[in-house]
Ligand binder design. Sequence first.
Ligand SMILES: NC(=O)c1ccc[n+]([C@@H]2O[C@H](COP(=O)([O-])OP(=O)(O)OC[C@H]3O[C@@H](n4cnc5c(N)ncnc54)[C@H](O)[C@@H]3O)[C@@H](O)[C@H]2O)c1
Length: 252
Amino acid sequence: MSRFINQVAFITGAGSGIGRATALAFAEQGAQVVVAEVNELSGRQTVELVEQAGGQALFVACNVASPVEIEAAVHQTILAYGRLDIGVNNAGIGGKFARLTDQTQADFDQIMAINVGGVFYGMQAQIRQMIKQSGGKIVNVSSIAGIRGMAMGGPYSASKHAVIGLTKTAALEYVRKNIRVNAVCPVYTHSTMVDELISVAPNLEDRMRKVIPIGRFGEPQDIAQAILWLCSNENEFCTGQAIQMDGGLTAG
Ligand SMILES: NC(=O)c1ccc[n+]([C@@H]2O[C@H](COP(=O)([O-])OP(=O)(O)OC[C@H]3O[C@@H](n4cnc5c(N)ncnc54)[C@H](O)[C@@H]3O)[C@@H](O)[C@H]2O)c1
């Protein structure tokens, strides 16, 4: 199946985890993929993986906390591929695992700059281009921590709630411009971020897994498939939603 032939997908944080799986899945379906990543080594590795699988990808160095860098990355996308159909604002950090009173102003500011700033500036640059092209699709990566509180992750949870607020607002503002904007909210998903988290205590993974009704963590491909559907032509009617990819966690 080649659902994204002649389409260009711009993915932030595509050097690892969910972003890399999303880049590979889009490329497999025919999209030209832009890997917008702060980590040059891992970003270039994703490009290599896409090319080895027969796809087309471009690495663009980009710190999503900088509006100038995101704007420049979208500009490079247009120079290279001539258009932008899909924006996936995925780059994010987990921040410090600590109670509110042990989080510093620097901890708070950093997580807001990347997790919220990255989505805000990313959507600004993507939407400006999509308006010129008469439409597009955007998916922002929030979290189950954007729906519920997260003990020991106050700034992270706040940042992911903010991502949903921005998503819903952008969906309302640009729905008549033929731009669909949604968020996905993954539960624990195997990636660099979560593998670091579970390494801090023995048996932590087992304990975390037990709370997920489906009985396992997410895999990056699980989340990528939801992102692809939201960005596909099969989705014309879903916008402004925060889709919970959580193995049933929030069903109860
Ligand atoms: N893994 C999970 O369990 C989980 C659950 C819910 C939400 N999420 C969200 O999914 C997204 C992807 O995370 P992941 O789990 O794949 O983690 P990851 O650490 O494997 O990947 C994150 C990527 O973002 C990049 N990045 C970080 N800061 C950046 C910046 N300033 N500019 C550009 N790129 C930057 C990193 O270099 C890395 O490649 C994040 O927004 C995260 O909050 C993850």
